[in-house]
Design a protein around this ligand. Structure first.
Ligand code: ITT
Length: 200
C-alpha cells in the first residue's frame, strides 16, 4: 500500500500523510518537486494534471489533492485560484509582505469588507492515479469567513474560516479536530471507502 503524494505544499502533505497513515498506507513524498502548470478550470482537472505529472516521473500509485476556498458572495472566488489569489486580477493584486498566505487573507478580508453574506466552503478533489486508470473523490466543509484572523494551526485560509456549527476558526482546531471535519479529511475517507469496496 505505497502511495506517493503529488504535492509541493508541505503542510498539505503533512495532513494527507496523517490521514492516510491512519489507514495503514505507506506514504512517500517526492524527492524532487515537479514544476506543474495548473491550467485546468476545475479542481478535478488540476488534480488530474498533478497526479499524472508525478506518476510519469515516479511510476508508482500517486495521490494529488487540488483544493481551495469557495466564497459564495465572491462568485466562487478564490476557488481554483486559492493558492495565488493575492496575484490574481480578480479584485486587484495584493502585495506580499510576509507570506503568501498572509497576502491571500488580507485580500480576501478586503474584498469581504461590508459584505453580509459570509458563507463559504473548502473543497478538495483527490485523484489517485495508477497511470492508465485511477480513482477520484471529493470532500467539502461548509462555513463562513471571519472578520479577523484567529489561531495559528493549519495553513492557508484556516485563520479566517469558521466551520459551520463551531465558534472557533479552523486554525484554532487541533489537527485531529480539523481532520474530522475538513474537506481533505472527508475526501480521503471517501477515497478509502471506494478502495475498500464500499466499506469504511
Ligand atoms: P500543490 O498544488 O503542490 O499541491 P498548492 O498549495 O498550490 O500545492 P492547490 O493548488 O490545491 O495547492 O491550492 C490550494 C490552496 O487552497 C492552498 O494553497 C490554500 O491557500 C487553500 N487551501 C486548501 N486547503 C486548505 C486548508 O485545509 N486550509 C486552508 N487553506 C486551504
Amino acid at each position: 500500500k505505497r502511495i506517493l503524494l503529488a504535492t509541493s505544499n508541505l503542510r498539505k502533505a503533512e495532513e494527507m500523510k496523517r490521514l492516510l497513515e491512519a489507514y495503514s498506507f505507506q506514504v512517500e513524498v517526492p524527492k524532487e518537486e515537479i514544476e506543474v502548470q495548473e491550467v485546468g478550470s476545475s479542481f478535478l482537472e488540476n488534480a488530474y494534471i498533478k497526479a499524472q505529472a508525478y506518476y510519469e516521473r515516479y511510476r508508482m500509485p500517486t495521490l494529488a489533492d487540488d483544493s481551495g476556498l469557495v466564497v459564495y458572495a465572491l462568485d466562487g472566488y478564490p476557488g481554483v485560484f486559492s493558492s495565488r489569489f493575492y496575484d490574481h486580477e480578480y479584485g486587484g493584486k495584493e502585495e506580499v509582505k510576509t507570506s503568501k498566505d498572509e497576502a491571500n487573507i488580507r485580500k480576501l478580508l478586503r474584498l469581504m469588507e461590508g459584505i453580509k453574506d459570509r458563507r463559504a466552503k473548502f473543497v478538495a478533489f483527490l485523484i489517485l492515479s495508477l497511470g492508465d486508470a485511477g480513482y477520484w473523490s471529493k470532500g467539502e466543509c461548509e462555513g463562513s469567513i471571519l472578520e479577523e484572523p484567529k489561531g495559528s494551526e493549519g495553513f492557508g485560509y484556516d485563520p479566517v474560516f469558521q466551520p459551520e456549527g463551531m465558534q472557533k476558526s479552523m486554525a484554532q482546531l487541533k489537527s485531529e479536530e480539523k481532520d474530522a471535519i475538513s474537506h481533505r479529511g472527508k475526501a480521503i475517507r471517501n477515497l478509502i471507502k471506494i478502495l475498500r469496496g464500499g466499506k469504511l
